[in-house]
Design a binder for this molecule. Structure first.
Ligand SMILES: [Ca+2]
Ligand SMILES: [Ca+2]
Length: 263
């Protein structure tokens, strides 16, 4: 009841107000032209009548720039543009977590105790990265009472993604020998890719005692031409020392990468 009563009172008040405004305009400009009188009589804030023209300052839709024009002015940047990357397949490529997935076939001393291959780098020859390296050789046959060349080996089985392209094996090698600088090649080293059944797929490095660079790491990066995508392969290093004057062969900071193509 209160709401109905209040609404009725409001209608009565508005009706009175409208009459008062009309009466005041007629009374205040009785001699003016009737057309001007009508224009002047409209309050500034009166709502437009249904047939009234748009206010002068009303924004017209045609003035609004269409979205397509705005996009034309934007920089020509493609937010989803692909930048080719690379994928690295070796585990522990710098040897710095210890042997891990690297399998060692080491030289042993006369009591059968192995000389580990993944070791802390010797003080006189710091690691290329971290503290560990792969150290092959470094022992002459006669030191372990062998009367023929002695060998060791380290390898890791690596799964190469199907469709991998741009495969490259990179890293650093170093040679430190007791052989004469101008001596013959008597102690040897190879880094290669083999199948899991032992078949040679590609040689990456072939070194010997004459390759010594005192004392420095030498970078290498060799494209893999063997078709190994989608296969498990062995990344294998092996050394052979003859009876005397040992040669050490070091590896560090390896990587086996493929280019990651754009879709
Ligand atoms: Ca290392
Ligand atoms: Ca030797």
């Amino acid at each position: 009841m209160l709401r109905l009563g209040s609404l009725a009172g409001l209608f009565a008040f508005v009706a009175l107000g409208a009459c008062a405004r009309g009466g005041a305009a007629d009374d205040g400009d009785a001699t003016a032209d009737q057309t001007d009188d009508d224009d002047d009589a409209d309050p500034i804030d009166a709502p437009p009548r249904p047939d009234s023209p748009l206010p002068i300052d009303s924004p017209l839709p045609i003035d609004s720039p269409p979205p397509v024009d705005a996009a034309t002015d934007a920089p020509n940047v493609q937010p989803d543009a692909c930048v080719p990357g690379s994928t690295q397949f070796l585990t522990n490529p710098g040897f710095d977590t210890g042997p891990g997935t690297w399998q060692e076939v080491p030289i042993t001393d006369p009591d059968g105790v192995p000389f580990p291959i993944v070791v802390t780098a010797p003080a006189q020859f710091p690691a290329q990265t971290g503290t560990y390296v792969a150290w092959l050789g470094g022992i002459a046959g006669i030191e372990v009472q062998e009367f023929f060349p002695i060998t060791d080996e380290i390898y890791q089985i690596v799964g190469i993604a199907p469709g991998a392209t741009g495969l490259t094996l990179s890293g650093y090698w170093a040679v430190d020998t007791a052989e004469a600088a101008d001596g013959e090649a008597t102690d040897d080293f190879t880094l290669e890719i083999r199948s899991t059944t032992g078949a040679l797929l590609q040689q990456i490095l072939v070194l010997n005692n004459t390759a010594q660079v005192n004392p420095a790491w030498t970078a290498f990066s060799v494209p893999i031409t063997a078709n190994i995508a989608g296969q498990n392969v062995r990344i294998r290093a092996t050394s052979t020392n003859d009876l005397t004057l040992p040669t050490s062969f070091f590896l560090d900071s390896l990587s086996l990468t493929a280019t990651t193509p754009c879709p």
